[in-house]
Design a protein around this ligand. Structure first.
Ligand SMILES: O=P(O)(O)OC[C@H]1O[C@H](O[C@H]2O[C@H](CO)[C@@H](O)[C@H](O)[C@H]2O)[C@H](O)[C@@H](O)[C@@H]1O
Length: 319
């Protein structure tokens, strides 16, 4: 299925990293350690050796690097109503500064690709003409170069879950503690707006896992959300495929939630295969699992944007 978002363009292939022209840069090692909440535009030093090597490789050869970022919680602040989420102010400008210097910029999200493009304000954004958004945990793809979304049809299990879900929520007395987001090829049941979001999450957990299993779907747990979605794709597969497609030799991945752990594992694997990598955690009080595995923890989307500007500052220094 192909849908068009934005103005008509001629299809362009994703550039191979080695083919990407990159303006002159002055490679320098990262600066001193800067903890969460550090002043904007000072480039923090990763706390791990692998992360320091990854960042040095990115600064040394940005034209061979893929920058991959999650959307909600990483590029966009978490808000109670998912439809009201927007890219953090400054995110698009920071990405646009970096894009011409890098091999490729990709957003990998659990949102439908077209929704992330709309909420992110990515359509026709100057500087982001080669941006790629992989939605539905990698099942969907939007290319800024063509303005089209490629999305496979949802498996029949999704319609079956849609039909059965109201009865399940009714049986649990959970109508007022949950909000259903129909994403086409997945159903997300949110509890953030419940009086006690964690209690509502726990109440729903088991019945929703059972419902998903009955219809051949899996559950992707996240920040006060249980998503019932098709198996077979995750952010790790999406990221590894994308890195392979571009021929990049360095990858920086930034995420905030459990669904990003698959991408973290993909970066670990790429590093063991000899690529350079940096794992960035968009830190929050809600999710602890990523910080311990990250090379760099920043303070939520504001920290991510500051990091992107700091990277751009470095890469824009004259050769
Ligand atoms: O992969 P992501 O880009 O991180 O998307 C994951 C899910 O994010 C959204 O839910 C989260 O953000 C909401 C808006 O801030 C928030 O209200 C909710 O509590 C979070 O879980 C989105 O609604 C889901 O569809 C995404 O899959």
């Amino acid at each position: 299925m192909r849908r068009r978002y934005g103005r008509t363009r001629h299809p362009q292939p994703t550039p191979r990293c080695a083919d990407t022209p990159v303006p002159g840069t002055r490679p320098r090692p990262p600066g001193n350690l800067v903890a969460m909440g550090s002043p904007p535009n000072s480039l923090p030093t990763p706390v791990t050796e692998a992360g320091r090597e990854g960042l040095a490789a990115l600064l040394d050869s940005p034209g061979r690097a893929v920058l991959a970022l999650d959307f909600d919680g990483t590029l966009a602040d978490i808000v109670p109503d998912p439809e009201k989420a927007r890219a953090h102010p400054g995110a698009v400008a920071a990405l646009a500064r970096l894009a011409p210097r890098l091999c490729s910029l990709v957003v990998i999200t659990g949102r439908p690709a077209g929704v992330a493009v709309r909420l992110g304000g990515f359509t026709d954004a100057p500087g982001l003409e080669r941006l790629v958004v992989l939605g539905g945990y990698g099942a969907e793809r939007w290319d800024a170069a063509t303005g089209t979304v490629r999305a496979p049809a949802p498996p029949p299990g999704v319609a079956a879950v849609q039909a059965e879900l109201p009865g399940v929520l009714d049986g649990l007395g959970a109508w007022h503690a949950s909000w259903v987001e129909d994403k086409g090829r997945a159903i997300a049941v949110h509890t953030r707006r419940a009086e006690d979001p964690q209690a509502a999450f726990e109440l729903l957990r088991e019945p929703l896992y059972a419902l998903a299993e009955r219809h051949g779907l899996i559950v992707e747990p996240g920040r006060y959300v249980l998503e019932l979605r098709p198996p077979g794709m995750d952010k790790g597969v999406a990221l590894a495929d994308y890195v392979r497609e571009t021929g990049a030799t360095t990858v920086l991945y930034g995420g905030d939630d459990l669904g990003d752990l698959a991408a973290y594992s993909a970066v670990d694997k790429l590093r063991s295969d000899g690529l350079a990598g940096v794992l960035v955690c968009s830190g929050s009080a809600e999710v602890a699992e990523l910080a311990g595995r990250a090379d760099l923890v920043v303070d939520g989307p504001a920290g991510v944007v500051a990091l992107l500007h700091a990277l751009a500052d470095r890469l824009e220094e004259p050769a």
